[in-house]
Ligand binder design. Structure first.
Ligand code: GDP
Ligand code: GDP
Length: 437
């Protein structure tokens, strides 16, 4: 299921990035921060009252050539109109309405998507009446906020969440493996889609799956149902902004959300880019299984060490995703393309795997005996009991004497013990601590 998208729009200096950072700060508690994940300044997953959503600061988007401020704002508004479910239109609550605000308002009036005006910089109650002026912009909701102090953000989010579309029904049955290909433009995603669907034993369904803004491709391979998520976004080109790198990140995020397994396509010829890391980070944080697919391997000049060197580089650059298998393929020559679907099926199975509680506890207790956690001020971290509470991804609750005594490195050690004991290849694991009373 795809998460709602909230876009922040407005002229420069009204406080878009300040409010973005504040709202992005309220991150989902169970997603622990891990070293090596690049935090994005303009995209985030956030949560309010149990509703998760994507947040974009369109002010941080780069649209290539245009330097004109107005062109830039126009592009932001267009992207928001096209992609967002709710638009937050930020204005300076102290300065009042400017000509540029009016221009933005005119553009936003062309959509029937909900627009909430956020009158920012209302740091003091004495400015509270300033909000009335902004009703002249012609939108129903104006909320006074101070992004710096955090006041009004609750009211803002209440209003935002109220306008979310109803959560859509699960489109495919539980046994269907949902796969997406993500990566930079020109990494070879559409070529790989064609190569995969063109494989001999792949039977593509004549009926495409269509959702609100995506076209999926269902198919079967060796008796297993799959669906390629949002291949239209990959295959159909044309719109100007499809070439915008930042735009493709948003596409990728939506596709990731709806998938079980993400194929992270990397251009073997050009190497790893910052954007690859960001996209991989989303897949990891969203709890999806992942496989690295290094494409264009035909075009890489190589000796017998090249592949190992590239693997090491991947492990180095994507430390948070140490679990994901790596394949070297060529969409052009089809070399090793046949390995992709069996790998997808394997990691999907592990992503959905449940392990018996008794064995689980045995593994953790053994680990704690052979490698006891370091003691702190005479007290030692102890895990009393562990149980698996979810799949896709597998999530474990550790009941512990005191969560404060735990160390990131020791939790990582326990995770590795789980990975050694059970075949959790390709999937992130979630470890949640609870204090045992
Ligand atoms: P953007 O260009 O719209 O992304 O604006 P920024 O977030 O960079 O903010 C522009 C300036 O306004 C910065 O100096 C911020 O510190 C300031 N600012 C943002 N929010 C507030 C606020 O709520 N109150 C006050 N007083 N200043 C703010
Ligand atoms: P996308 O933007 O990620 O969908 O990338 P495309 O599939 O459109 O491919 C971008 C370019 O890379 C095209 O010119 C392809 O012909 C080329 N390309 C894709 N896969 C391969 C490959 O395996 N080897 C080589 N040499 N070129 C490839």
């Amino acid at each position: 299921m795809s998460l709602p998208v909230v876009a922040i729009v407005g002229r420069p200096n009204v406080g878009k990035s300040t409010i973005f950072n504040r709202l992005a700060g309220e991150r989902i508690a169970i997603v622990e921060d891990q070293p090596g994940i690049t935090r994005d300044r303009i995209y985030s997953r956030s949560e309010w009252n149990g509703r998760e959503f994507h947040l974009i600061d369109t002010g941080g988007l780069e649209f290539g050539e245009q330097d004109e401020m107005m062109d830039h704002i126009r592009n932001q508004a267009e992207l928001a109109i096209e992609e967002a479910d709710v638009i937050v239109f930020v204005v300076d609550g102290r300065q009042g309405i400017t000509g540029t605000d009016e221009e933005v308002a005119r553009m936003l009036h062309r959509t029937n998507k909900p627009v909430i005006v956020m009158a920012n910089k209302i740091d003091d109650i004495k400015y509270a009446d300033n909000v009335y002026e902004f009703y002249q912009l012609g939108f129903e909701h104006v909320i006074a906020v101070s992004s710096i102090h955090g006041t009004g953000t609750g009211d803002l989010l209440d209003e935002v969440v109220r306008h979310f579309p109803e959560p859509s029904e699960e489109e495919y049955d539980e046994d269907t493996i949902r796969v997406c290909l993500i990566g930079r433009p020109n990494a070879g995603k559409s070529s790989l889609v064609n190569a995969l669907l063109g494989e001999e034993r792949v039977i593509v369904s004549p009926v495409a799956g269509t959702t609100r803004d995506a076209v999926d491709t269902p198919f079967e391979f060796e008796g297993q149902s799959y669906v390629l998520i949002d291949t239209a976004g990959i295959r159909k080109r044309g719109k100007v902004y499809e070439s915008v790198e930042k735009y493709s990140v948003l596409r990728a995020m939506k596709a990731i959300e709806r998938s079980d397994v993400c194929l992270i396509v990397i251009d073997g010829e050009r190497g790893i880019a910052e954007q690859d890391k960001r996209i991989a980070g989303y897949a990891h944080e969203a709890g999806k299984a992942s496989v690295f697919v290094i494409n264009k391997w035909d075009a890489v000049e190589k000796d017998e060490k090249t592949m190992d060197r590239f693997k090491r580089k991947i492990r180095d650059e994507f430390q948070f995703m140490h679990y994901a298998p790596i394949l070297f393929v060529s969409a052009k020559t089809k070399k090793r393309v046949h390995q992709i679907l069996p790998m997808v099926s394997e990691v999907a199975e592990q992503h959905a795997m449940r392990v018996p509680t008794s064995v689980l506890n045995q593994v953790i207790q053994d680990a704690m005996v052979t490698t006891p956690p370091p003691s702190e001020k005479g007290r030692r971290f102890r895990v009393q009991y562990v149980t698996q509470v979810a799949v896709k991804p597998p999530a474990f609750v550790l009941f512990v004497n005191d969560p404060e005594l735990s160390h990131f490195s020791y939790l990582r050690f326990l995770e590795n013990q789980l990975r050694q004991a059970f075949p959790f290849q390709g999937t992130p694991l979630r470890i949640i601590m609870r204090k045992k009373n």
